[in-house]
Design a protein around this ligand. Structure first.
Ligand SMILES: [Zn+2]
Ligand SMILES: [Zn+2]
Length: 345
């Protein structure tokens, strides 16, 4: 089968190769991939800024149909429509594994980064990581369960109550999903972007986000104040990874507000106005990836229509045309790009 493989670390080294179909071992299922999304981290991997266990087939956001199950797997069957958590191996013993915080296990191996992922016709997943798709979740939507689970994780790292005003900074895929999840939990949501985010801001309007703000054209402080009687936002979800946005977020927060850092900064050490955190008694929370508990609610939210994930997919290419997908994301033309497997061997 054809697979899109990161052959070596460093810039590039991403090649469509002919590889053997994976074999199913104990506790595993084989999945024929239907859709696999390109994630921002795949771009970082391509550019050599994200370490994976090369050589490895990329693609950790996928959906498909089960074509084979190991003899000891009883909960899943051939023909089941599924998606899978990216967790392929965890130690099962550390304090994080004991509480289901698999995203924090030091020994975790993930599909599409350490173990072969979904940019191929088939992959093998751990049965206990696999989720069956509810009836109203199609394959395209299901391929976005992983990023949606990341958004769900971010929202659940905070305490969110109906009527809260949340500001999502950055209308990329994770921002657009976080905004929808925050709305699903009853918040009023303001999402912000810049002039070059036009496509994404229009998508936010289409998705019914309460207020969509281009901060280069409108005064975000006035808008947040109008939503909050001048108090400021209850929650900030910083989804850009840009330092000025993070500082703007601290500015926009009410006293006792919660600041959730979702985006990853290009440099680890940044200049942040810590005085605001102290004086306004702001609670700052980090959020990393997703965990098992985020998956069922994410599938539910797509199933009952509270979240429209599929609307983010603007482009589809075969895995042979991955470079077109890469360009479409880099240029800002695409929101989410799906790659489809090739049938040929
Ligand atoms: Zn991802
Ligand atoms: Zn562990």
């Amino acid at each position: 089968m054809k697979a899109l493989v990161k052959e070596e670390l460093g810039f590039g080294n991403l090649t469509l190769l002919t590889v053997d179909e994976p074999a199913v071992r104990e506790g595993q299922v084989k999945i024929e991939v239907k859709y696999a999304g390109i994630c921002g981290s795949d771009l970082h991997t391509y550019e050599g800024n994200y370490k994976v266990n090369a050589p490895v087939t990329l693609g950790h956001e996928f959906s498909g149909v089960i074509t084979e199950v190991a003899s000891d797997v009883t909960e899943l069957n051939v023909g089941d429509r599924v998606t899978s958590e990216t967790t392929f191996y965890v130690c099962g013993e550390c304090r994080y594994c004991q509480t289901g915080d698999f995203n924090l296990c030091n020994h975790r191996k993930g599909l599409g980064t350490q173990v072969n992922g979904g940019f191929a016709k088939y992959l093998v997943a751990k049965a206990s990581s696999v989720h069956k798709l509810p009836d109203h979740v199609d394959y395209a939507s299901a391929s976005l369960t992983e990023p949606l689970a990341c958004a769900h994780h971010a929202v659940k790292k905070a305490t969110i109550s109906p009527g809260d005003v949340a500001v999502v900074l950055g209308p990329g895929p994770i921002g657009l999903l976080t905004a929808q999840v925050a709305k699903a939990y009853g918040a009023k949501v303001i999402i912000t972007g810049l002039d070059n985010d036009l496509t994404r801001l229009n998508k936010a309007e289409e998705l019914g986000i309460d207020s969509v703000v281009n901060i280069q054209k409108e005064n975000i402080h006035d808008i947040v104040n109008s939503f909050t009687n001048g108090y400021g936002a209850d929650l900030i979800f910083e989804c850009t990874g840009a330092v000025p946005a993070a500082n703007m977020g601290l500015d926009l927060l009410a006293k006792k507000g919660q600041f959730v850092q979702v985006g990853i900064f290009p440099h680890a050490k940044i200049e942040i106005d810590f005085e605001k955190i102290i004086q306004k008694e702001i609670r700052v929370v980090g959020t990393r990836s997703q965990k098992s508990a985020d998956w069922a609610p994410s599938l539910d939210m797509m199933n009952d229509g509270r979240v429209n994930a599929k609307a983010l997919i603007t482009h589809e290419f075969s895995i042979a045309e991955w470079d077109k997908g890469y360009e479409a994301i880099k240029s800002g033309e695409a929101i989410k790009v799906s790659l489809l497997p090739l049938d040929q061997n």
